[in-house]
Design a binder for this molecule. Structure first.
Ligand code: TXA
Ligand code: MG
Length: 330
């Protein structure tokens, strides 16, 4: 059931549900999460089961503020503190050394833990209400079945899990793609997943010494966001450079009538047939991220078989969108 996240009674009901070990859907500024009490192994087990996610894939724990970090992490490096200072609350997840007596299940057995302090006012209100009931962290992976496109509205969450789940409605997510993830356990930052906060912003916050070391860091460990075919819609997605896309469309000619094809392009294209559906991708990266998953869901819901997408620019502000598109096409 979808409840208005502005309503304090709804926030209280969701916090009580978390305390009872139940799952809820919650809005964040990135995507909607499937929330559970991070310190209850039984509740966390329900998240893995409902998502269909392997139990060794760690979940992100959401905390109300920077002070919440100390409940879950020890030996927090200085550059991680600097990142929290600059970007929290906001769309940044930090992987930190885990306090070994907490969160083994939520961390998928790893000796690290992913922490994030979301800025969405409904998420903030919920985290504080839950804290007042003794729930000190909310484990929340994106509220979608494993390997599917992340939800950016309360209705998307209901489409994934049905009406029995309590979902707080916080409107359409402002960012629209999942948080940037930075591993802070290896002496220098390592980018595990690009998002709205760019690698350049991360490096400029960490200072020259740490940034220099970052270039030498090892490749990423296991993270479900790094699996090739993650974020996949049902339709077959093909990514093309601008010129290649127009050539491919011209080549289709009359054949386009028989295909169930949608084109998602930033630059104007000539379509071979009025039966090809066209969606324009915004010119700005942030605007494109905001609508990306909703567009993929919409095209899927129309039953389209093929989605041809124009590859966005290679600049760092587009890294998050490019990453999700490459995965959708995998
Ligand atoms: O924007 C977001 O981060 C959203 C919202 C709901 O906050 N959450 C999200 O969670 O995207 P999820 O579970 O779908 O993705 C979490 C990613 C996974 O790829 C997971 O493997 C990685 O974070 N992760 C979490 N804890 C980790 C750890 N200790 N070490 C390495 N990777 C970790
Ligand atoms: Mg996810």
């Amino acid at each position: 059931m979808i409840l208005d996240g502005q309503d304090s009674a709804a926030i209280e009901a969701a916090a009580q549900a978390l305390r009872r070990g139940e799952l809820i859907g919650l809005p964040t500024e990135t995507v909607y999460g499937l929330g559970a009490d991070a310190c209850s192994d039984a509740a966390v087990a329900k998240v893995f089961a409902l998502k269909g996610r392997p139990a060794d894939h760690p979940l992100i724990v959401h905390v109300a503020d920077v002070a919440g970090v100390d409940d879950f992490a020890g030996a927090v490096p200085g550059f991680a503190r600097a990142l929290m200072q600059r970007f929290w609350p906001g769309p940044l997840t930090l992987i930190l050394p885990r306090k070994l007596d907490v969160g083994a299940m939520v961390a998928g057995g790893q000796d690290s833990i992913g922490l994030r302090c979301p800025s969405h006012p409904v998420a903030q209100a919920l985290l504080r209400a839950a804290q007042a009931l003794g729930v000190h962290g909310v484990a929340a992976p994106s509220a979608n079945k494993f390997g599917r496109v992340s939800p950016t509205t309360a209705h998307h969450v209901r489409d994934e899990f049905g009406d029995a789940l309590l979902v707080l409605d916080g409107g359409a997510c402002a960012v629209g793609i999942e948080s940037t993830i930075i591993d802070c356990t290896r002496g220098a930052p390592v980018l595990l997943r690009p998002g709205q906060i760019t690698w350049d912003q991360v490096l400029s916050t960490c200072g020259p010494t740490v940034s220099g070391q970052a270039a030498l860091a090892q490749p990423a460990p296991r993270a479900s966001g790094t699996l090739e075919s993650h974020y996949a819609p049902n339709a077959q997605v093909r990514l093309m450079e601008t010129d290649q896309l127009q050539v491919a469309l011209d080549l289709l000619g009359k054949q386009a009538d028989t295909l169930s094809l949608a084109v998602y392009a930033r630059t104007p294209v000539r379509l071979p047939s009025p039966r090809v559906l066209l969606r324009r991708m915004p010119i700005q990266a942030d605007a494109a991220a905001h609508q990306l998953f909703a567009v993929l869901r919409e095209l899927d819901a129309k039953g389209l078989k093929l989605i041809w997408i124009e590859m966005p620019p290679a600049s760092t502000d587009w890294a998050g969108v490019r990453d999700r598109l490459v995965r959708a096409a995998a």
